[in-house]
Design a protein around this ligand. Sequence first.
Ligand SMILES: [Zn+2]
Length: 292
Amino acid sequence: MERAGINCSSLFGQDRRRKDCHPERKILHFSDSAICHDKRMNQSYITYEIEVILYVMILKNVCSIESMQEMIEDFNEDDCVKNIYKILRLEEKEYLPHYVTINECLSRLDTTELEKIRKGMVYNLIRKKSFDESKFLGSYWLVIVDATQLFCFRKRHCEHCLTKTMNKGTEEEKTIYYHQVLEAKIVLGDDLVISIATEFIENETENVSKQDCERTSFKRLAESLKRMYPIMPICLLGDSLYACEPIFEVCRKNKWEFLIRYKDGSIPTLAEEYEEIKGMGETEEEVVESGL
Ligand SMILES: [Zn+2]
């Protein structure tokens, strides 16, 4: 594999010149410099286009295959290999890349390049208007923000780990090290959400006085969401953790509407106002709509 230059910068530019190319290829075609080599048993090298590497990984997740080893065993059936190259409209090879090759390639791939592809795919979906019915009140794309834990370790894994100490000061004191990711997901249907922006929740260094958290990382996520989708009409959905003025401010600044889950004690002043309005006899529905 070439050490430098695994990028997809020519992805869209190159395809604009390829008038005959299939629409899906626009998303998956990479420059020829973005290639990976795989050393097989006969000691010769096989060169794989990066779209094969990424497509195999997407399929692995779509098929809910948990291990890379299992993926290689399942996919390296003759028919499966043939079909994958056919779908990607690439010259057929005897094998799919080995997972060691895939891992090595992904570890060198600039993640912002993947973000560009994701953005291209989301824009495509929106432009086709196929999911317009899922817009809230016919106008707003519902975007859920929520954090997910990725890994948890008993020992420090890296300098960016978040830490949590339980039973502090007792014999059972225990510290865990973990990683979280905050995602913005667009709602395209009842059971269909797609990630459109990602921000890792992690500490800058090992000895930070205040750890990174969901609310802080939300500000970074909001910046990239606005940068990538500047005019998308968004209604943000969040749990009660987001019920605070700084988050509302970010939404207002970005001209996003928002629906935040309310939990007892979240914002006492707002709760008071709500009770007052309720006491005046207005319905819940009217209250929700007047907020938009
Ligand atoms: Zn770590």
